[in-house]
Design a protein around this ligand. Structure first.
Ligand code: X90
Length: 276
């Protein structure tokens, strides 16, 4: 029985090595250029280009064929998507899964709606790797991963909500506040997988205090934390040090946001997946 873990590219770069993986790319589209969020994308160049571009921009989720390509010829596939309340990715993954299982009746695909993105998807991927390597049955892994999802959360800190507002993922009224210099918008992925904005803090110091407070309230414990940043490595390191002290945890990793999260989190944005 071979296994594969597949996620859309909103999960950022997949780092596990114990089980084969594949990423289904989302796309970032402007009137002039189209960026495919795969390993060839230079997201810093994309962010720089977007800074100087004033026309319309949008994104597109993976199509059924992108998912089928990612499944490859694996017997057991675990497929993780960005929140179904933010994207059509989950829907197209479900269509791909049913086509795959109809064509190959001996194969299984379990599609997981992360109700989140970025670092929380990373945590789900890492837990799947652990469960697969433990040798338990496919159905058992499905049950355990569904249970695990209840014990993970996601916090974000954004300096601009422009692309989120222009694409209808937050209201323009809320986005306006984020245009004020020095303001950091902080929030959590809600239970329904939407952006739940909780704080507007001025400057990094106050933002850090709000981040810690919100993570405490959300039930963050001394488990794993996965931080992604869009061109904000210094502050990501500061957050890492503070969270290590606050939650007495040593398993914190930092990585750059991929294309999709860079587009929406924008320069300076930080996304934190954590265990409760
Ligand atoms: O299908 C598509 O075109 C993709 C649409 C994605 C829209 C939102 C992505 C947000 C990414 C922002 C902070 C994290 C918020 C997560 C809340 C569940 C990054």
């Amino acid at each position: 029985m071979n296994y594969k873990i597949v996620a859309d590219s909103s999960a950022d770069k997949i780092k596990i090595t114990g089980v084969p993986t594949a990423s289904a790319p989302l796309k970032i589209i402007t009137n002039e250029r189209e960026f495919i969020d795969d390993e060839n994308l230079n997201s810093d160049e994309m962010v720089a280009y977007l800074k100087g571009y004033s026309g319309k921009s949008s994104t597109a989720c993976p199509g059924v064929n992108d998912w089928l390509t990612a499944f490859g010829d694996s017997e057991n596939v675990f497929c993780i998507t960005i929140s179904s309340n933010l994207s059509g990715s989950f829907n197209s993954a479900c269509l791909a899964a049913s086509e795959y299982e109809t064509t190959y009746p001996d194969r299984n695909v379990f599609v997981i709606d992360s109700l989140s993105t970025g670092g929380e998807m990373q945590l789900i991927i890492e837990k799947l790797e652990e469960l697969i390597l433990s040798g338990i049955a496919f159905d058992e892994i499905c049950k355990k991963i569904t249970e695990y999802q209840k014990s993970t959360g996601l916090l974000f800190m954004l300096q601009s909500l422009k692309n989120l507002a222009n694409n209808g993922r937050v209201s323009h009224a809320v986005a306006k506040i984020s245009g004020i210099l020095g303001i950091r918008i902080i929030g959590l992925a809600s239970d329904e997988g939407r952006l739940d904005i909780t704080d507007k803090s001025r400057g990094d110091k106050k933002a850090l205090a709000s981040i810690i407070e919100r993570m405490k309230i959300a039930g963050c414990k001394n488990g794993k934390i996965r931080i992604s940043h869009c061109q904000n490595e210094t502050f990501a390191e500061t957050i890492k040090d503070a969270l290590e002290r606050e939650f007495n945890t040593t398993d914190i990793k930092i990585q750059k946001t991929g294309g999709l999260c860079s587009f929406y989190a924008e320069s300076g944005g930080i996304i934190i997946g954590f265990e409760k």
